[in-house]
Design a binder for this molecule. Structure first.
Ligand code: FNR
Length: 362
């Protein structure tokens, strides 16, 4: 296999399918209900075309950017995804893969590795993703642990007051992965499969459906770290997020795993970017499988993009080396897409480099 490495994310997905049990593959790959949003996250990129400019000297391409003052060699960030299952190193393998590409990683609240273990594994800039539990003290403790372990920002996921109905997990009677970060903080007993997936009961028992803007205030009151809100899909909420004083907005529908028939993220990115009006950086995730997708997102105003499943496919297929290869591949694809579009820097990826469906109607 080492001489015959996958050449794109789709091939990594095929390898991941072979490497994982059906339950785990479905957990990673599935979405909510009819999986319309899951499919459309990807399909919507296909409806956006590129407008290349030629006869530009593209012998030097600079993909570097910054986020919250941290320099990044490329705008591609590792999204927070729960329960990495490459053995033995799980999120440590992902963290090392990201660090070796100097890519920012957002560690999931539902990590299979302890926060401390990930932090100690390698030096890198990392953010920590938080869910708000009914027991606020649990979330507060995890914020403190993220702070003391050098994480630089909190990504508060706000699209998960209840678990989306993931029918593949229900059908497979999904077994909830261990939650080592919650040991000693909360008892997760009796996760029966009455509702099919154990995740249904886990989320119902722990996460707080009363989550509201007041909790953003609460989070600000317990940490001095910058806070990004993940799961914003409308101009209205984007404006409220800025008013609430967050440091960044992430346009996300949780990879189509929460509200089915929520819009494809790339189709609402521009609306959010306009509403935010430059006050804070806007990131987007969902459906990014190609460097050209990254270019499209940047042209529509994203400061950076996060990728979820592709990194998990790489990890499942080839462990740390696979996750690293996925990040490198996306970086190389972005570099090539920029060159062929005549963009020498991210600043040159302007709105006129893309043609959306809306542009074609006008
Ligand atoms: C996720 N996502 C997610 N988001 C989050 O805030 N906390 C989490 O623990 C998880 N866990 C998780 C597990 C798995 C298996 C997946 C696929 C996704 C959502 C994730 O951060 C991101 O929004 C999407 O994965 C982006 O879509 P793509 O890149 O997977 O298409």
């Amino acid at each position: 296999m080492e001489n015959n490495l996958p050449v794109n994310i789709r091939e990594y997905q095929e390898l991941a399918k072979k490497a994982l049990s059906k339950m785990h593959y479905d957990y990673i790959n599935g979405g909510a209900e009819d999986e319309h949003t899951l499919r459309d996250n990807i399909a919507a990129y296909g409806r956006i075309l590129l407008r290349p400019r030629v006869l530009v000297d593209v012998s030097n391409i600079d993909m570097s950017t910054s986020l919250l003052g941290y320099n990044m060699p490329s705008p591609i960030i590792v999204a927070p995804t729960g329960s990495h299952n490459s053995k033995p190193r799980r999120e440590v393998a992902t963290a090392k893969a990201a660090a070796s590409c100097n890519s920012l990683m957002v560690l999931s609240f539902s990590s299979n590795c302890r926060i401390e273990e990930v932090a100690a594994s390698c030096d890198a800039i990392r953010f920590y993703q938080l869910y708000v539990f009914k027991k606020r003290a649990v979330s507060a403790t995890l914020v403190r642990r993220a702070e003391s372990n050098g994480f630089k920002a909190i990504v508060l996921t706000v699209d998960n007051p209840m678990l989306g109905r993931r029918e593949r997990d229900i059908r497979n009677k999904m077994v909830a992965p261990a939650k080592p970060n919650l040991e000693g903080l909360i008892s997760l007993e009796n996760l029966d499969t009455t509702d099919g997936s154990q995740l249904v009961k886990y989320v119902r028992d722990t996460m707080d459906p009363s989550l509201s803007w007041k909790d953003v205030e609460w989070l600000k009151s317990i940490t001095s770290l910058p806070i990004l809100l993940k799961g914003i899909l409308t101009a209205e909420d984007a404006r409220k997020a800025v008013e609430a004083g967050v440091a960044g907005v992430i346009v996300s529908n949780h990879g189509g795993r929460q509200l089915d028939y929520a819009p494809a993220t790339i189709s609402v990115l521009e609306e959010v970017v306009k509403a935010v009006a430059g006050a804070v950086p806007v990131l987007v995730d969902g459906g990014i499988r190609r460097g050209t997708d990254v270019l499209k997102a940047l042209a529509l105003g994203a400061r950076g993009v996060m990728v979820g499943r592709p990194v998990m496919y790489g990890l499942a297929a080839r462990g740390e080396a696979g996750a690293k290869h996925v990040i490198e591949m996306l970086n190389r694809e972005l570099e090539l897409a920029m060159a062929l579009c005549g963009c020498r820097s991210l600043a040159e990826i302007t709105r006129d480099r893309v043609q959306t469906e809306g542009d074609r109607i006008r």
